[in-house]
Design a protein. Structure first.
Length: 67
């Protein structure tokens, strides 16, 4: 059985993975649009911050705690 620490650790990793996957998709979209239009590449979005990852993990944890 998973401990509370295991659950929080897994949720933190899930949140990090989800946000970085979203960020990678957005970066790919920006690059693809620049390639299609043969335009200069617009600035890439910022990578997820630790604060954003923690906030998503806390939201996920709150959901898990609800009965």
């Amino acid at each position: 059985m998973a401990t509370g620490y295991d659950i929080r650790y897994n949720l933190l990793n899930d949140a990090r993975r989800a946000l970085f996957e979203q960020w990678h998709r957005e970066c790919d979209r920006v690059r693809r649009n620049a390639d299609l239009g043969q335009r200069q590449l617009e600035p890439l979005p910022s990578a997820p911050s630790a604060t954003q990852i923690k906030a998503l993990a806390e939201d996920l944890y709150e959901f898990v705690q609800r009965k």
